[in-house]
Design a protein around this ligand. Structure first.
Ligand SMILES: NC(=O)c1ccc[n+]([C@@H]2O[C@H](COP(=O)([O-])OP(=O)(O)OC[C@H]3O[C@@H](n4cnc5c(N)ncnc54)[C@H](O)[C@@H]3O)[C@@H](O)[C@H]2O)c1
Length: 294
């Protein structure tokens, strides 16, 4: 407890999925949190839940890939809490899967905007504040950005950008006392990795879980725990790192997950109350509805 006492954090994409878990974990550890996401996301509910539990949180809604909106988000942290110590670039989208010959061009543009521009704009806007506090930024990379995944190629490309971007920021900003790292999740139990709620086919969902040596998805809370470490002063000598939280999938060759006994496939319960882990970007799930957000 209190590993982030006195810190102020912005968590993007914090209305659902992994971001909700990061916001709630950070708040439990003493941070004041700006919970940021699209207006369509359950951002206000997450804020309410944190404040009801005795934490400190405020909502920010808007499209964080837009320069003015990203700057307004950082300004809110400063006005509300007086400073900014931690930026978590977790916001992202995953609208489609397909081989590259048929990959929808608008889905690619939508990912470039929300995965790459959001991370760039927020990091750029936050850096002057992070320099003042000798703070740090942790961004969402991915197994897909490391390996490249079939029928998922442009998504992986957007995440590879984030890996390289964070490494460069880490080197460049070390002289300012600012650290920068990535958390690279494998398949996590959010809307994205279920065929009913995300763009994966039944075949891809099966391959995803069986191709993971631990034979199961990770939980949003298991990912949030690693964000916590990297954002905290415990990681004071860690910068430019890619931390994989992936059940071993980036080491895997073949369906090792199918050999794991079911007793070991059980997800740990965790201690956070995560009501929105499957609510990720709900508009996306209605076919073609995501286009109006692009
Ligand atoms: N779920 C996985 O298996 C997995 C694996 C690897 C990496 N990741 C990464 O983790 C992050 C979170 O994924 P998740 O599964 O929790 O998804 P999620 O959809 O539950 O959460 C992402 C949130 O970001 C918000 N968002 C996207 N673009 C935004 C923008 N421009 N402005 C404001 N809000 C925006 C979405 O509306 C959504 O609420 C993503 O960056 C993703 O690439 C997830």
């Amino acid at each position: 407890m209190n590993r982030l006492e006195g810190k102020v954090a912005i968590v993007t994409g914090a209305g659902s999925g992994i971001g909700e878990a990061v916001a709630k974990r950070f708040a439990k550890e003493g941070a004041a949190v700006v919970v940021a996401g699209f207006v369509e996301d359950p951002v206000h509910e997450v804020v309410e839940e944190i404040n009801q539990q005795g934490g400190r949180a405020v909502a920010f809604t808007g499209d964080l890939s837009v320069q003015e909106t990203a700057e307004a988000c950082v300004l809110l942290a400063r006005e509300q809490y007086g400073k900014l110590d931690i930026l978590v670039n977790n916001a992202g989208v995953f609208p489609a899967t397909s081989t590259i010959d048929k990959y929808p061009v608008d889905a690619f543009q939508y990912m470039v905007k929300n995965n790459i521009y959001s991370c760039f704009m927020m990091t750029r806007a936050a850096m002057p504040e992070l320099q003042k506090t000798r703070g740090n930024v942790v961004s969402a990379g991915s197994e897909a950005g490391w390996m490249g995944i079939a029928e998922n190629t442009p998504y992986g490309g957007t995440k590879a950008f984030i890996h390289a971007f964070m490494k460069g920021v880490a080197t460049e900003q070390a002289k300012e006392g600012v650290r920068a790292n990535c958390v690279c999740p494998g398949p996590i139990d959010t809307a994205w990795t279920h065929k009913e709620t995300g763009p994966m086919s039944a075949k891809m969902e099966k391959q995803t879980v069986e191709g993971t040596p631990m034979g199961r998805r990770g939980t949003p809370e298991e990912v949030a725990n690693v964000y916590l470490f990297l954002a905290s002063d415990e990681a004071s000598y860690v910068t430019g790192a890619l931390y994989f939280v992936d059940g071993g999938v980036t080491n895997s060759k073949g369906p090792h997950g199918a050999e794991v006994p079911s007793s070991l496939k059980k997800e740990p319960e965790g201690e956070l109350n995560l009501e929105h882990s499957q609510d990720g970007h709900a508009e996306i799930r209605k076919q073609d509805q995501w286009k109006h957000l692009g």
